[in-house]
Design a protein. Structure first.
Ligand code: CTP
Length: 425
C-alpha cells in the first residue's frame, strides 16, 4: 500500500494507484444521466471505491441538473467529463479513448432518453458517443417513472440493448419520487456495485433482463394480499396485508422467465406487468382461482388468507336495534396452501409463508409439516412487515434454515426467486 496517494492525485491515473486512499484494481466509466436518482450514483462512487474499484465520470447535461461535476469529481478523485467538443478534454483524452479506458461502462441512472439513444445508435453528446464507441460491456441501471419504464418504446429499447449483449440491473419496485408505486426506482448503490463486481469477474448470472432466464418454461402460481369475508353487504372480516410482498415475488419470478399467475385478494397496488393477475375477494374464491390455474411447477402462497368466515353472511345490512349485539358465528375457511400441497396437481415446489409474532422458526417448522410444503418462509409480523416496505425472511426447509437479512420487499423477493431458480437448476 506504500504507493497510496491523495485522492486528488489520482485524477490522471485512474485505477493505477488509489481512490480515497484505497487500493484500486479495476476501473469503471460511470455515465450519470438526468434523473432524480443521480444522487444515488454519488453514493455508488463511494461504495465502489471501498471495494477497490475506481470510477471515472461522464456527467450528461441532464445529470448536471441533479448533481454537480464538483461533487462527482470530489468523490471519484478524478476529472469529470461533460462536453464532447471540449478541446482541452479531447487533447487530454478523446471520447474514443475515454470509452475504452475502463473495464466496464455503467449508466446510472439510465433514463428513457439515454436508453432510446443507445438502442438506436444516436450519438450526439459525450455520453452517447462513448456508448457507441466503447468496446466494453455496458451495465444499465434504469430509473424513471413506472409508466415510462413499462411503455412499449422503452421496453423495446431495453430488449434491443439486451439482445445486443448489454446488461441491466433493476429497476427496483417501490415507492417512487413521483409518488407512484411499481418498477422504476434505480437499483440501490450496493446492488449496482455487486452487479459491477460480478461483471468484472466475468460472472454474467445477473438478475438482469439479459442473460439466463433460469425459470423460462416454468409455470408459477402466487397468492397475495388479504381475503375479505363478508358479514353483510357492507361489512367484512379481513387483515392488514398490503399484497406488496406477494406482488414483488410474482414480479421477481416473472423477471427470471417464469410464466406467473398471481391470484390476489383486494389490494391498493398495481399488478406486475409480467404476471397474469386474477382478482378475488374471499378465501373460497382464492382456492377456486388457484385450482383453475393449476398445474404449475411452483406455488408460492403469500396471501394472508382469513382463517374464518361468517357462517352465512346476511343478504341485507344488519341493523342495530331490538335484537341487541349480533353474535357472529364463524366457520373455518379452506386452507389453500394445504389443499394445493396435498392435492393431485401438486406443484414440484410448494412454498408457504408463516406470519408469526413469537417463536417464529418453531411455528414455521410446524407449519412445514402440517401443510405438507417444501419450504416455509417465516416472517416476524410483530413489527412493520404487514403494510411496510421491508421484510426479514427465514426460509425453513427440511434441511435447515436460510436467514435473509432485513431487505426491501423487492430485494427479498428477488432473493427468494433466485433461490427458487437455483432449486430448479
Ligand atoms: N394459508 C392458506 N390458506 C389459509 C390460511 C393460510 O393458503 N386458509 C397459507 C398462507 O398463504 C401462508 C400459510 O398458509 O402461506 C400460513 O399462513 P399463516 O396465516 O401464517 O398460518 P395459518 O395457517 O393461518 O395458521 P395460524 O393463523 O394459526 O398461525
Amino acid at each position: 500500500m506504500g504507493g497510496a496517494r491523495r485522492a486528488s492525485d489520482t485524477g490522471r491515473h485512474l485505477g493505477r494507484v488509489s481512490v480515497l486512499g484505497l487500493l484500486v484494481s479495476k476501473k469503471i466509466l460511470l455515465i450519470i444521466g438526468g434523473g432524480i436518482a443521480a444522487y444515488k450514483s454519488l453514493f455508488l462512487i463511494r461504495v465502489l471505491a471501498r471495494r477497490g474499484i475506481a470510477t471515472r465520470v461522464i456527467l450528461t447535461k441532464g445529470g448536471s441538473e441533479f448533481v454537480t461535476a464538483l461533487s462527482a469529481g470530489g468523490l471519484s478523485g478524478d476529472k469529470v467529463y461533460t462536453d464532447l467538443f471540449d478541446l482541452t478534454d479531447e487533447a487530454e483524452m478523446g471520447h474514443i479513448e475515454l470509452s475504452r479506458s475502463a473495464d466496464l461502462v455503467v449508466v446510472a441512472p439510465a433514463t428513457a432518453d439515454l436508453l432510446a439513444k443507445a438502442a438506436h445508435g444516436i450519438a450526439n453528446d459525450l455520453a452517447t458517443t462513448t456508448l457507441q464507441a466503447t468496446d466494453k460491456r455496458v451495465l444499465y441501471a434504469p430509473a424513471m417513472n413506472l409508466r415510462m419504464w413499462e411503455s412499449a418504446p422503452t421496453q423495446r429499447n431495453v430488449k434491443t440493448l439486451a439482445d445486443d449483449g448489454q446488461y441491466f440491473i433493476g429497476p427496483d419496485e417501490g415507492e417512487m419520487a413521483c409518488g407512484e408505486y411499481g418498477p422504476g426506482r434505480m437499483a440501490e448503490p450496493e446492488a449496482i456495485a455487486g452487479a459491477i463486481e460480478k461483471l468484472l469477474k466475468g460472472d454474467t448470472t445477473l438478475d438482469g433482463l439479459r442473460g439466463p432466464k433460469p425459470l423460462k418454461g416454468k409455470k408459477a402460481l402466487v397468492t397475495a394480499g388479504p381475503t375479505r369475508e363478508p358479514i353483510d353487504p357492507v361489512r367484512y372480516l379481513s387483515n392488514h396485508s398490503s399484497g406488496k410482498q406477494g406482488y414483488a415475488i410474482a414480479a421477481a419470478l416473472g423477471r427470471l422467465g417464469a410464466d406467473v399467475t398471481l391470484v390476489s385478494g383486494p389490494v391498493a397496488i398495481d399488478p406486475p406487468a409480467c404476471a397474469t393477475t386474477v382478482k378475488v375477494e374471499t378465501a373460497q374464491e382464492m382456492l377456486t382461482a388457484c385450482e383453475q390455474a393449476l398445474p404449475a411447477d411452483i406455488f408460492v402462497a403469500v396471501a394472508a388468507v382469513a382463517d374464518w368466515r361468517s357462517d352465512g353472511p346476511a343478504d341485507v345490512k344488519i341493523k342495530k336495534g331490538k335484537d341487541g349485539i349480533p353474535a357472529l358465528k364463524l366457520v373455518e375457511n379452506p386452507d389453500i396452501l394445504a389443499s394445493v400441497s396435498k392435492g393431485k396437481n401438486r406443484p414440484k415446489l410448494v412454498v408457504g409463508f408463516a406470519a408469526e409474532t413469537n417463536d417464529v422458526t418453531e411455528h414455521a417448522r410446524a407449519k412445514l409439516t402440517k401443510k405438507g410444503c417444501d419450504w416455509i418462509v417465516a416472517n416476524d409480523v410483530s413489527g412493520d412487515v404487514m403494510g411496510g416496505d421491508h421484510n426479514s425472511m427465514i426460509v425453513v426447509t427440511e434441511k435447515g434454515e436460510d436467514v435473509f437479512p432485513r431487505l426491501t420487499k423487492a430485494d427479498a423477493a428477488r432473493r427468494l426467486a433466485e433461490k427458487i431458480a437455483e432449486h430448479f437448476s
